[in-house]
Design a protein around this ligand. Structure first.
Ligand code: GMT
Length: 377
């Protein structure tokens, strides 16, 4: 198949899923074309099966906002014509599903059919998409996609609750490529580079936005480190970075908290981590929690959105109400306090992650592609 993928090329989960999917499809022999404004950060190889087409938006004095959707839909039309793409798989509805719809209409005028698959990822529905400024356009572009998928059952229910949707929604969970996860015992997994023998390593990875409740991350860690010697790794960059640094200073835990910035190799940081913190206000799936579990790292999370579909209470970690940092810290200590318990949680997390392996999930996307093409013309 010849598939165009439209996504955000940044560190956000939707871009990561889109990129990993594209690379997996190419490995299976499909021709994949990424169409976006920058090379996706997780795209670690270009081959004759993987192509990247950059979308340029010209500056013009009249434009207060650059018309990205227009440039994107124009580029889609060009690449579909040039390469004979059959499917356009857009990740994150805003503005990708809208641009795809426009491109599809332009192509129809030229007698070319393209099928549009839209994958909804989370905030495109829950936070941004349902905002009155965007709602009508998002609803229209979902209803006019040929196939719609969500990354969790919870996000499907949110979509049905917040919009008037006239078509079936397929749940296709996010996935993990286990090939990319080094074993805890592998030589490159150097935990002593980060922590002393008696210290537990706790980690949080996100784009440090308010929705991640980053202040809760610090508060939970502060309580844990009063009970158990520990280090906290903060991976990512974002608007909350400064506030987090300030709180760390106020709590006088600067020596135990390491801000590492963005990383393209989170698997290498996760391999020696003992616990992952994800106290988010809303989380449609929590790909990063799954990535942690694939690296045998149990998860302390909130119970919002799709997190209960990934993190299993008392088995792979614990889930608490949003904001209940006392309970989150208590649960964290109960996992970390003795090595036997920690080892069991690590193993459980790994077993649960296997249910979301690339090999299990990729066929679901291939089935959707096949069906949408068969339904063609
Ligand atoms: O909101 C983010 O942190 C980024 C966002 C994205 O789309 O780039 O992540 C969403 O999609 C991920 C991949 O499907 C999910 O794992 C995240 O749970 C989801 N984020 C939220 O719902 C807040």
């Amino acid at each position: 198949m010849k598939i165009g993928i439209v996504c955000y090329p940044t560190f956000g989960g939707s871009g990561v899923v889109a990129t990993e999917l594209g690379m997996a499809l190419a490995e299976k022999g499909h021709e994949v074309h990424f169409i976006t404004y920058k090379q996706p950060v997780r795209l670690d190889f270009i081959s004759n099966k993987i192509h990247f087409h950059e979308v340029f938006v010209e500056e013009y004095p009249l434009f207060h906002f650059q018309p990205y959707e227009l440039a994107l839909s124009t580029r889609i039309v060009e690449e579909v014509e040039k390469h004979g793409l059959e499917i356009l798989h857009v990740h994150y509805a805003i503005p990708h599903a809208y641009a795809a719809y426009m491109a599809k209409q332009m192509l129809l005028e030229k007698g070319i059919q393209i099928k549009v698959v839209t994958t909804l990822h989370g905030t495109d529905i829950t936070l941004v998409g349902s905002h009155p400024n965007y709602k009508a356009a998002v609803e229209f572009s979902i209803n006019n996609s040929d196939v719609v998928t969500t990354v969790s059952e919870s996000l499907k229910q949110d979509t049905l609750r917040l919009f008037s949707i006239r078509k079936p929604i397929h749940v296709i969970y996010n996935f993990i490529d286990f090939k990319k996860y080094p074993d805890i015992d592998a030589p490159e997994c150097q935990r002593n580079a980060i922590a002393k023998e008696n210290e537990r390593i706790i980690i949080h990875i996100s784009n440090l936005r308010p929705v991640k409740r980053t202040m809760d991350v610090i508060a939970i860690f502060n309580k844990i480190q009063q009970e158990i010697p520990a280090k906290l790794l903060i991976v990512g960059e974002g608007p909350d970075r400064e506030k987090m640094g300030q709180l760390v200073k106020e709590l006088k835990i600067e020596n135990q908290v390491l801000f590492l910035g963005n990383s393209t190799e989170v698997n290498k940081l996760l391999c020696y981590s003992d616990l992952f913190l994800l106290p988010s206000k809303t989380e449609s799936f929590g790909l990063v929690a799954l990535e942690a579990m694939a690296a045998k790292t149990p998860v302390i999370s909130s119970n919002s959105g799709g997190l209960p579909e990934v993190n299993v209470q008392g088995v792979t970690g614990f889930l608490s109400n949003v904001g209940n940092t006392d309970e989150m810290a208590e649960n964290a200590v109960s996992i970390l306090k003795d090595l036997k318990t920690l080892k069991q949680f690590k193993q459980n997390a790994f077993e649960q992650a296997k249910k979301f392996s690339l090999n299990q999930i990729l066929p679901d996307y291939l089935k959707v592609y096949k069906e949408v093409l068969e339904d063609c013309c």
